[in-house]
Design a protein around this ligand. Sequence first.
Ligand SMILES: Nc1ncnc2c1ncn2[C@@H]1O[C@H](COP(=O)(O)OP(=O)(O)OP(=O)(O)O)[C@@H](O)[C@H]1O
Ligand SMILES: [Mg+2]
Length: 506
Amino acid sequence: MQLSIQSLAAIAIDLQSGLSQRDRFQRLINSLRQLLSCDAAALLRFEGQQFTPLAIDGLTQDVLGRRFALGDHPRLEAIARAGNVVRFPATSDLPDPYDGLIPDHGSLKVHACIGLPLFAEQDLIGALTFDSLNPMQFDRFSNEELRLIGVLAAGALNNALLLEMLEQQSFTPLTTTSANSTGAPEEMIGLSPLMQQLKREINIVAASDLNVLITGETGVGKELVTRAIHQKSSRASKPLVYLNCAALPESVAESELFGHVKGAFTGAIQHRIGKFELADNGTLFLDEIGELSLSLQAKLLRVIQYGDLQRVGDDHNKRVNVRILAATNSDLKQAVVDGLFRADLYHRLSVFPIVVPPLRERVSDIALLAGFFCERCRIKLGLSQLTLPPATLARLEHYAWPGNIRELEHAVYRAAILARATQNSTELELLPAHFNLQAESLPDTVNTALPETIIQADLATMTQHFQRNVIYKTLAECDMNWAAAARRLHIDSGNLHRLAKRLGLK
Ligand SMILES: Nc1ncnc2c1ncn2[C@@H]1O[C@H](COP(=O)(O)OP(=O)(O)OP(=O)(O)O)[C@@H](O)[C@H]1O
Ligand SMILES: [Mg+2]
């Protein structure tokens, strides 16, 4: 027996300590890596046919954001199918999910690898993986010893999952799981304190039936938050109906919201149900609520206050039971002050305001999100590995991300395409140079105020500086889509291109 009773007992005692769940798992993984003196150790949870890393040691931080689908990872699949300790021979040609993810070893391949499936009764709930660059590393440990470790970890993981289920049960109808239209689970990646706070707020507000106003900069995940609230609410089995208020021409807006009867206006050749009725007993998501005209705001307020509506051209009232989740990236409070948004509607909607923080305020999530998008991108491009060396992660963490998570997602995809074009391999490394962040770099918040050095310049220079910033900000908000930015700036798209070129933005 290589492992002493004392060392195993110490681990068992640690697992009972009063730390947070995450810290407990981290301690477990640190101790196990030491005990087996290997290069990398990970505890993974198995759910919905994928493995989610819960604690890692010896692997790059972005691994915590990666999600390993069973079908995409033959080694993990082998572990999941085995009822027992799996030892992969050093000569195994199955790709290891951690190849290239052990820092300071560059693209060096993992040599020895063992996996322990973790069970609760008959169900697979997770796995432990240990990797070593030394091919003989695990030879001296017997299967019995390793199984013992597996049993300890499985017990701890199962307890944690049971607790989590109990906590969730108090709010969540058990029949629903969060899934998007493709059926894949839609997860909010992030472990930063701000993200944990946000997840707590989502749980609290989801359980209530209050209307919620979700604010935050462009690309921070407001839509994701909205879907999470709906999915965790008692209305989860009913529809979540989406309406983008910015894309609503005034002429059809009322009919979109409330429906119309046949003959209500020219072209109304048949009855039509509006979004409110479609969302009856469910949730109505009013995206970009700040763009709603004052007259529609008044009509919306009426439905919220009295719960009844009239289809256009109909004198009869219809009762509806709809929960409203509204989102905006504009400052609605300021809009109220400016007389562009009704104060009474604002107060009705913002009973429980949720603010989604910008990415630059949760820097520790950047590595996880980058890992998450890398893994997705790897699958999409059919690559065997896609890694983020430390220099790249550092660069990503020092960038302000004015377009937030959407910008990061696109940046990773762009970088991968670039890397693929320059590195002739299916194992790609994303280098800082693949991210064109310098050109897109911005001060922390886009500053339309003039810096000291510019104030002393002539009017033309000051104007150009202002134009550059406004165009850049608008572009970032429009997801770097020039046509959309041109529309928002009320300028012909050809003119915007010419202006941008003249200002050195292109
Ligand atoms: N925590 C997260 N984890 C994983 N993906 C995320 C997360 N937050 C946002 N995303 C992804 O980033 C993209 C942008 O998110 P979303 O559309 O929800 O932003 P938004 O706040 O509604 O932006 P906008 O104001 O421009 O409408 C989406 O692809 C979304 O899936
Ligand atoms: Mg959105």
